[in-house]
Design a protein around this ligand. Structure first.
Ligand SMILES: Nc1ncnc2c1ncn2[C@@H]1O[C@H](COP(=O)(O)OP(=O)(O)OP(=O)(O)O)[C@@H](O)[C@H]1O
Length: 318
């Protein structure tokens, strides 16, 4: 099987522990989002998996073997770690040609991946004239050149425009459907949730979560109801009397935590209070992720610690 397996992986740079006894597996046939705040250790882990750096202790294997033992590296694993790494004075086509020739990959693959990455029209242009988004697309084309069973992409959405973001989402889903193992790092939860089936979350080098996206959302979101009525004060009194803690929002609606819309609907009907609007909400995925990583963020800012109890922070984007 072409899984990526990381066992007790640790990497220290001097006294700094960048990766701390990490153990997880990335399985084929699904997209695994690799999440964590800046400095959490995602890139270091990817470099260790690719044998570009040596672990202090522990192991990282692909298909049961260290990647450095691979005879056909680009055919087994396609990786994008740094889109700026390509030689600027080469054209996109020549960059891919050099990779194809040195890895005994059929030259016809070049046109296929240029097409797939949406950069066929600029294939003859020098890379130094490329925008960051075009470089990302070229990096992804290079990663796909060997038709690899395992694909690892470090922040592939970086610099992509909205059309590019949709393109990468669909590409990742397609690669997983084809049975490939797909690991994609990001520090954006909502974006990751739009393409990932599974999440591996890091904080300060440690594993914080290894879970299907759906379970992550179900386990970490809190039910909350928003309700609007013609008898606002009476509804507030009734709910308080029944042990809820309704909070009146700026827009005149009540926000009630820890309850579902159907329960509020029944209470309001029983009391004869007319309801104008009644809706369930869930804390956003982004908020659940911020809660999880709040303690483990190396470079925290005040904006990262939004209170989950503040009604105005609830959104619909999850
Ligand atoms: N070559 C190195 N020498 C010293 N420290 C390093 C080196 N590479 C990474 N680090 C440190 O290891 C930690 C993890 O860095 P890493 O780049 O793996 O995080 P990341 O999760 O990929 O973050 P980002 O989202 O910012 O890329 C950071 O504190 C970083 O400063």
């Amino acid at each position: 099987m072409n899984s990526i397996d990381v066992q007790e992986l640790t990497k220290e740079y001097g006294t700094k522990r960048a990766v701390d006894r990490l153990t997880f597996s990335v399985l084929p046939g699904r997209v695994t989002g690799f999440l964590g705040p800046n400095g959490a250790g995602k890139s270091t882990t990817m470099r260790l998996v690719l044998g570009l750096d040596r672990p202090t202790s522990g192991t990282a294997t692909i298909g049961g073997r260290p990647y450095t033992h691979s005879e056909n590296p680009l055919r087994e694993v396609g990786a994008l770690l740094d889109a700026q790494a390509a030689h600027g004075s080469r054209t996109a086509r020549n960059h891919l040609l050099a990779l194809a020739v040195s890895n005994r990959i059929p030259v016809r693959r070049i046109d296929e991946v240029l097409e797939e990455a949406g950069i066929a029209e600029v294939a003859g242009k020098r890379i130094k004239t490329f925008s960051l988004g075009m470089r990302q697309r070229l990096g992804i084309a290079a990663a796909l050149l060997g038709d690899p069973k395992v694909v690892m992409l470090d922040e592939p959405s970086n610099g992509l425009d909205p059309e590019g973001i949709i393109w990468i989402r669909e590409l990742l889903r397609r690669l997983a459907h084809q049975g490939r193992t797909v690991l994609v790092s990001s520090h954006l939860m909502n974006e990751t949730a739009s393409f990932a089936d599974h999440l591996v979350v890091l904080g300060k080098g440690r594993l914080l979560a290894d879970t299907p996206v759906r379970e992550f959302l179900d386990a970490r979101s809190r039910p909350r109801v928003r309700v609007r009525t013609t008898e606002s004060s009476r509804l507030g009194e009734v709910l308080t009397r029944r042990g809820y803690t309704p909070v009146r929002g700026d827009d005149g609606r009540w926000v009630v935590d820890g309850v579902k819309a159907e329960e509020i609907g029944v209470i309001a009907a029983h009391e004869g209070i007319p309801i104008l609007e009644l809706s369930d909400e869930q804390a956003t995925l982004e908020q659940a992720y911020l809660d999880l990583t709040a303690e483990e963020t190396e470079f925290a800012s005040a904006a990262a610690s939004i209170s989950p109890a503040t009604p105005s922070t609830t959104g619909q984007e999850a």
